[in-house]
Structures are given as C-alpha cells and as structure tokens.
Design a protein around this ligand. Structure first.
Ligand SMILES: CC(C)(COP(=O)(O)OP(=O)(O)OC[C@H]1O[C@@H](n2cnc3c(N)ncnc32)[C@H](O)[C@@H]1OP(=O)(O)O)[C@@H](O)C(=O)NCCC(=O)NCCS
Length: 209
C-alpha cells in the first residue's frame, strides 16, 4: 500500500492535539508542518515546521493529504481560507477520527473534519467539512453541524440541534434538543442555549436573543 503522506497546516496548540489524534489513528504519516515565518524550524512533538503558506504549491507535488490544524474561536476565516487553498492546490482533506471517539455508522462526517479523543457523534448526525469536533464533545442523534464549525471540548449538542456554517460552540456549553444556532455565531463556554440563535449572534448567556 502506498504511503499516505500528510501535511499539517498549523503549528499551535490545536495542531499539537491534532498530531496526537493523527498518530493514534495510524493511517497517515505526518511529513511536515506548515506555520508562520517565525515558527520555521521549531519542533512540535517531534515534527518540524519546514514551510509557510506560500510553499504549499510545492508541498502539493509530494504529499497528497493535508489537514487544517489552526484553531477557531473568534472567527472561522483563517480555517476557511486555508481549507479552500488546500482544496484548490489539489490536496485531499481526509476525515480524521480518533480511535477513542465514537462515530455511529449512521452518521456522516465531511472532508477535513477532525473528531478528537473521547468525542461522540451519534446516529443520524451530519457534520460538514473542515469542522473540529473537539475532545469529549457530544453531537447527539440527528444533529446537523454545517461546514467550518468548531464544537469545543465537552460541548453537548442535543438531539436534532442545528449549527450553521462557521459557528463556534464553547467548551462545556449545552444546546437544547431541536435548537438552531445560525451561521458564524460565537457561543461562549459553559452556557445553556435554550433558544434559537440568529446568524452572527455572540451569545454569552442571560438574555433570550
Ligand atoms: C465568548 C468569548 C469568546 C468572549 O471572549 P472575549 O470577546 O475575549 O470577551 P471576554 O472573555 O473578555 O468577556 C467579556 C464579558 O462577556 C461575558 N462573558 C464572556 N464569555 C462568557 C461566558 N462564556 N459565560 C458568561 N459570560 C461571559 C462576561 O460578562 C465577560 O466579562 P468578565 O470577563 O468581566 O466576566 C469567551 O468568553 C469564551 O467563552 N471563549 C470560549 C473559550 C472556549 O470554549 N475555549 C475552548 C477551546 S477548545
């Protein structure tokens, strides 16, 4: 079987967590990290930053796979830009699932999405492309998560909830069953979301919004 060479785009804290999951999954061989110029030659869990964004066309000639490993809290813009660039250059963006996660065979997970350790994606759930389903997050039955979302550590999306494109759900927050969160929303950490949230809402609790 030919080697599956994978480029990790990003070299911060989220990239470290992604590296661990990719290693544990054991399907892809990480052949390099792409960072910002100040990160060149820095070491991350035994992998070196050898390239910056402008080197991606060259890297695409020798590596078929890439994963976007920069984080997303305030804005999905950087992850979206890098994802689109990687696609345009012909990289294949695989779905990465930690062996410690549970993904139902009745769930669908998109390209470039990573499901981190201990997360659950239950039956009938649909998760789009370029999402982060972070450590121990729960995406319950029949939930829809659109492209470019980050469901943070320990967040819970209860049955039939919906999350629109580019939205962030903070660590430990709980979304009531059937509730819809619009696109490009920021839901702070540790909150209960009981009502629908319009596009671009920044929800930090208290009011119904
Ligand atoms: C919502 C959030 C992004 C806002 O960040 P910010 O723009 O830097 O704003 P601040 O954190 O300075 O918060 C301003 C005020 O909003 C309110 N607020 C913000 N987030 C809140 C939250 N999660 N719950 C309750 N109130 C919150 C508070 O009144 C806060 O003032 P205080 O710090 O004096 O208590 C941030 O608070 C948050 O929740 N981040 C998510 C962290 C997370 O889940 N990380 C996981 C990564 S895997």
């Amino acid at each position: 079987m030919s080697e599956k060479r994978l480029i990790v785009i990003g070299a911060g804290g989220h990239a470290h967590a992604c590296i661990d999951v990719i290693e544990e999954q054991g399907i892809y061989r990480i052949v390099g990290l792409v960072g910002v110029p100040e990160e060149i030659d820095t070491d991350h869990l035994g992998y070196r930053v050898t390239a910056i964004d402008s080197d991606l066309p060259q890297l695409a000639k020798s590596s078929q796979y890439a994963i976007i490993a920069v984080g997303h809290i305030h804005s999905p813009a950087l992850r979206i830009r890098l994802y689109q660039r990687a696609i345009d250059l012909g990289f294949h963006l695989p779905t990465i699932v930690a062996p410690t996660a549970y993904v139902s065979r009745h769930a669908v997970i998109g390209a470039g999405t990573i499901v981190m350790h201990g997360a659950t994606v239950n039956a009938g759930a649909k998760v789009g492309n370029n999402c982060i389903i972070n450590t121990c997050a729960v995406v319950e039955h029949d939930v829809t998560v659109a492209d470019h979302c980050h469901i943070s550590t320990g967040a819970i999306l209860n049955g039939d909830a919906k999350v629109g494109s580019g939205s962030f759900v903070g660590s430990g927050s709980v979304v009531k069953e059937g509730v819809s969160i619009g696109s490009e929303c920021i839901i702070g950490m540790g909150l209960a979301v009981r009502h629908n949230q319009a596009d671009t809402t920044r929800f930090t609790g208290s009011r119904k919004s």
